[in-house]
Design a protein around this ligand. Sequence first.
Ligand SMILES: [Zn+2]
Ligand SMILES: [Zn+2]
Length: 279
Amino acid sequence: MKMVYNWINIIQDYLLPPTCILCGNPGHNSRDICHSCYTHLPRNNLCCYRCAEILETPTTAPVLSCRAIPARHPSGASRAKPLPAVLCGRCLSRHPAFDETYAPFIHQGAIRHLISTLKFGANYKNARLLGMLLAEHLTNLSGTDLHLPEGCRAGKPDMKQTAERPDLILPVPLHKARYRERGFNQAIEIARTVAKEMQIPLDLTSCRRHRDTPHQTQLPAKKRHKNLKNAFSIIKPIHARHIAILDDVMTTGSTAHELACVLKKAGANRVDVWVCARA
Ligand SMILES: [Zn+2]
Ligand SMILES: [Zn+2]
């Protein structure tokens, strides 16, 4: 039955014209979201550059910052004065093992709906849309043609340049029990689109998750850390200097921190986190 359902999904996804998943209107820019729903997505405009902690009240306006500059923003928004890159209190006092986090949206409203109906309703086309939105955010990052203010990370190069481009994308692995229960890993499904759009290799085999963390979302941050100790291990050598960990949502950053620790021990010298949304 699942197989038949998957085929129906595939036919709907690739043969029918794009339709907004959120309201049913025709899609915009060959994506399954209309222009109106796109402009109302809850954007994470001002956040900690290391962990993407939300630093302002949610807004739907595409505010420009040093980190996310829509040089070719589809809405045609004009360029505003870039905002300085900032660190949250937690990252100032204790560095997580990862270097930077890119989270274009806040985990609420339409984005929360897209993620939860992907995870719990197996709506695969949501993964494609989320992947396209994430890739758009990442490829629009540019600092090369801007005069950045004092204190802002200078010259953040375009993602298309070699220096900032990761060698590979590693979707956060699911524990095999969870994978069996769900039938897929939402991080992999989103990562497939990002990898294709940005032409970066995907690594689905080098890392394994040993520990399942069943009620992780209900645990306080401290317990999450403890729960995740030794959760991941590298099962074959990774020949990459710069790795982007990819997941659907980041809540406390504990999972990304643990995985980044393991990847750095395995030889990576830079680990970024790419997530669709920050909670
Ligand atoms: Zn819509
Ligand atoms: Zn932070």
